[in-house]
Design a binder for this molecule. Structure first.
Ligand SMILES: Nc1ncnc2c1ncn2[C@@H]1O[C@H](COP(=O)(O)OP(=O)(O)OP(=O)(O)O)[C@@H](O)[C@H]1O
Ligand SMILES: [Mg+2]
Length: 397
């Protein structure tokens, strides 16, 4: 991947990157701020450009969901009203809508789309195993998130869709999900499961298994499974085509990936894996967002000297302060304890900040654009806090 100029400022990034994209996908390890960064990015676009933006969130924290006007789960997109913006004293140039991914609802819509007739739809949706299986399906969640994205993008209702991704154990499940789903449909396991029911003949070899399974699980159960998968397999072609389209959309130049991470060892390692994989697949990794970073002053050598001075001179400082204090009830020893504690806590933070700096420079070698966002001491759960975060990600150098 070509490295753009290091001189690229964030305002250029804001102008040149965000409004030129149609899909922006925030991915990264669990708990690092993907949902918050996705929401802040979508808000930044709506505030600065005359674009219609949708942020597709996954399981946002309750208070953030409320702030975005999402009350409970539902696939329906909700546009943030002018009044809500006014209450936060914000004047967007564009429009911002929000939606939350509802796996079950999305699966139902998918079945309706691909099934060859209404009878098949009814058959699948009323199958007692359907709900259970779709929630536990191989990568069901990741797959459906990409499906929903494809659907929303095809609707052309939005200029830009910012996508939050689920916290996956295997970092890139969602990229492989369309392929894996297509594989599943043609898998031997599936064929083996349904073959006897399809032909209504149980082969000699499989007979003992089915006899035992019948006894243990009940005939109805096996019948349900087989019928379910037979109906499901009739949708094979639709699924495979669709999986291809989703893959194309993900690798389109109008799609941008952002890797979000903190600068802690474990998430940073996982994020590097993301970066590698995205680059290997030639997907457009446009920026790495380094979130919850300690303030810059922890990296300064002057502050280190001061903290060390405080540590070394704690005794003298304490005596002076205790003497000059109006309130003589605190002895010099108490002052000294506090000084030592403050200095060593500062130096500990500095150690962490140095580790962060080292990890940051590793990222700088890997990607052309990384953007640092400080840790917020206040919770990020209203539009103003999101606006501030958006500025830190995209505008402040
Ligand atoms: N810069 C920041 N400073 C302080 N807190 C932050 C910052 N960014 C995000 N948070 C907080 O961190 C928590 C996790 O953020 P968020 O839900 O966006 O992470 P996530 O990556 O989507 O998590 P998950 O992988 O579980 O979906 C939230 O409480 C959020 O408010
Ligand atoms: Mg999240």
């Amino acid at each position: 991947m070509a490295k753009p100029s290091k001189h690229k400022s964030k305002s250029n990034l804001l102008e040149n990157l965000l409004p030129t994209k149609e899909v922006i996908i925030a991915c990264g390890p669990g708990g690092v701020g993907k949902t918050t960064s996705a929401a802040a990015t979508a808000l930044t676009i709506a505030l600065n450009f005359d674009k219609s933006v949708l942020v597709l969130t996954i399981d946002p924290a309750k208070r953030l969901a409320n702030a975005l006007g999402l009350n409970g789960i539902g696939n329906k997109e909700i546009e943030i009203s002018d009044e809500t913006f006014k209450e936060s004293k914000l004047k967007p140039k564009g429009k911002l809508s929000v939606a939350m991914l509802d796996t079950k609802e999305s699966w139902d819509a998918l079945i309706r789309r691909h099934a060859k007739d209404q009878a098949t739809v009814d058959h699948i949706l009323s199958n007692p195993l359907y709900k259970n299986i779709t929630s536990k399906f191989v990568q069901s969640h990741e797959y459906i998130a990409m499906e929903r994205l494809y659907d929303l993008h095809s609707s052309k209702d939005y200029d830009i869709i910012v996508v939050d991704t689920p916290p996956t154990r295997n970092a890139l499940d969602f990229l492989d999900a369309p392929d894996k789903m297509a594989d599943f449909f043609s898998s031997r396991l599936l064929k083996w499961l349904i073959a006897p029911y399809k032909s209504k003949l149980i082969s000699l070899a499989s007979k003992p298994f089915y006899q035992i399974a019948d006894k243990v699980l009940g005939n109805q159960f096996l019948q349900d499974i087989a019928e379910f998968f037979i109906a499901f397999q009739s949708m094979y072609d639709g699924f495979v085509q669709r999986a291809e389209s989703v893959k194309k959309l993900l690798s389109d130049t109008r799609t941008s990936f952002l890797v979000v991470s903190t600068l802690e060892q474990v998430p940073a390692l996982e994020a590097r894996f993301f970066v590698d994989e995205l680059q290997k697949r030639s997907l457009n990794l446009d920026a790495v967002i380094l979130n919850k970073v300690l303030p810059e002053h922890f990296r300064s050598k002057y502050e280190t000297e001061i903290a060390r001075n405080i540590q070394e001179q704690a005794k003298i400082l304490s005596e002076t302060l205790s003497k000059s204090s109006q309130n003589n009830s605190y002895g010099a020893e108490t002052y000294e304890k506090v000084f030592l504690e403050i200095a060593s806590s500062f130096l500990n933070f500095q150690k962490v900040a140095q580790q962060e700096a080292a990890l940051e420079s590793e990222f700088a070698d890997l990607v052309s654009i990384s953007t640092k966002v400080p840790f917020h001491s206040e919770p990020i759960n209203d539009l103003n806090a999101l606006e501030e975060l958006g500025k830190q990600i995209w505008m402040q150098n």
